[in-house]
Design a protein around this ligand. Structure first.
Ligand SMILES: [Zn+2]
Length: 309
């Protein structure tokens, strides 16, 4: 079934697990204001100044990053200077790729050869497309460890909503790769959630963003019911978490997910990354055999809540 969804060429990579055993408003509103390259450079410089003024931090950085060692030794920060055709950006990208090849791929060639034969990630991750929310980076997922789909506001449509790239990825991860965990990660200052909470009654149907974030309309309704007296900012913080839990419930509308959750071979979790103070909350939907995770008042039950700070 997943084969038909994914097509032939990409499928040959993605479904290699099948033939192997398990061995191995506006865009600127949504994604926040853009930092100009000069500002990025200034941030880089500020970081380097703090490294220099903090001997312990500097020693830790020196141990962990040979490149940074070289930068500090040269007393000159490396920066990406954008040219008209962007060629320097790609030079930097090439450098990073070749560095990955040298330090990770070639040094762990046996692991990567096994990975080329098939994938068996334990996690399916659904997170926002926001460039500041990079699950592999913040949670340390290595190649082969997480099957990831990213969309605006990390929303999961219901089964009844019909096909989308998100549920196509879900179908493959659950029915073919057989992941054991689905983790939906929301985040602070989410522009997609702000678009949802700022929406007027008349939806702008010409906007793909408006149409998409309406997937989270139940989260908006429950946020308005619980927090209508609060400021828009506070409502957005509330809805950022509420929408994650609504997505967890929406996951249960997929029969092949509910079946596996009932059998206990699949768990579904929420996560909330606050990139303002760099904290992470994680929790698990408490699923009951009778098929309901909702209490009588319509609320859901959660368990195993942790706060990482
Ligand atoms: Zn977001």
């Amino acid at each position: 079934m997943a084969q038909a969804v994914l097509g032939s060429s990409s499928l040959s990579l993605l479904h290699s697990k099948l033939s192997s055993t398990r061995t191995s408003y506006s865009a600127s509103t949504i994604f926040g204001s853009q930092l100009k390259s000069g500002e990025i450079e200034k941030t880089h410089l500020r970081l380097l100044v703090s490294f220099r003024s903090n001997p312990a931090l500097r020693m830790k950085a020196l141990r962990e990053s040979p490149e940074l060692t070289q930068e500090l030794t040269n007393n000159k920060p490396k920066s990406i200077e954008e040219t008209q055709d962007g060629s320097d950006l790609f030079n930097e990208m090439k450098h990073r790729f070749l560095n990955f090849k040298k330090r990770k791929f070639l040094e762990n060639s046996e692991h990567f050869q096994n990975l080329a034969k098939g994938q068996a990630p334990k996690f399916m991750v659904i997170s926002c497309a926001d460039s500041r929310v990079c699950p592999s980076n913040i949670l340390g997922f290595q190649p082969g460890e997480a099957f990831v789909v990213r969309n605006v506001a990390n929303l999961v449509p219901t089964y009844e909503s019909g096909p989308s790239e998100t549920n196509a990825a879900l179908e493959f991860a659950v029915t073919s790769v057989e992941v054991e965990n689905i983790l939906v990660i929301g985040h602070s200052c989410c522009g997609g959630i702000r678009a949802l909470m700022s929406m007027q009654d008349e939806v702008n149907t010409s906007s793909f963003i408006s149409s998409w974030v309406l997937v989270g309309k139940n989260a908006r309704l429950s946020t308005m019911a619980a927090a209508s007296n609060l400021s828009l900012d506070q409502q957005c913080r509330h809805c950022e978490k509420e929408s994650i839990n609504r997505s967890l419930l929406n996951l249960l509308t997929y029969p092949w997910i509910q079946e596996r959750v009932t059998k206990g071979v699949l768990s579904i979790h929420g996560g909330y990354y606050n990139f303002v103070d760099c904290t992470f909350e994680k929790w698990t939907l408490d699923y009951h055999q009778e098929g309901s995770s909702r209490e009588e008042n319509g609320k859901y039950k959660l368990k195993n809540r942790e706060f990482w700070c």
